[in-house]
Design a protein around this ligand. Structure first.
Ligand SMILES: [Zn+2]
Length: 143
């Protein structure tokens, strides 16, 4: 069943496809759940919780505000998130702020993209990818 992250509290909500038109609310905090698939920003703790709990693969965009190529990649990452809404969670990690996560995965250049499945790294790619290339990369990693 499609999974969407509540941006307010980080809870992962299962939303049956037939309920998508009804402005679904978060099971924990009752705020509206964004089902657009657009990337959400997560911090160190949010990232750990997501990796621990997500039943669907997670794509992470490691970026920083001062990084030009990161801004070029941003709309492409958004496009991927919208395309795979519900079956892939796309999040952004600001490496200036989430230093613990960036350090743990040895992120040296940005943008770097990683895909995790069941909490484990299954793919990693640095540098801007165009949509067709990124789509293929995601399909190779998660099907
Ligand atoms: Zn919530």
């Amino acid at each position: 069943m499609p999974i969407y992250r509540c941006e307010s509290c980080g809870t992962l909500n299962r939303v049956p496809p037939e309920r998508k038109g009804q402005r679904p609310k978060c099971g924990r905090c009752k705020n509206l759940v964004d089902i657009s698939g657009l990337p959400q920003e997560v911090d160190d703790d949010g990232f750990d919780a997501l990796l621990r709990d997500s039943p669907v693969p997670v794509l992470v965009d490691f970026w920083a505000p001062w990084c030009g190529p990161c801004h070029m990649a941003s709309p492409i990452v958004e496009e991927m998130g919208e395309e795979r809404a519900g079956d892939l969670l796309v999040v952004k990690v600001n490496t200036d702020e989430a230093k613990r996560v960036a350090g743990r995965f040895g992120i040296r250049s940005i943008p770097t993209f990683m895909i995790f499945r069941d909490g484990k790294e299954v793919a990693r790619q640095s540098g801007v990818m165009q949509p067709p290339q990124m789509r293929k990369w995601i399909e190779r990693a998660v099907g």
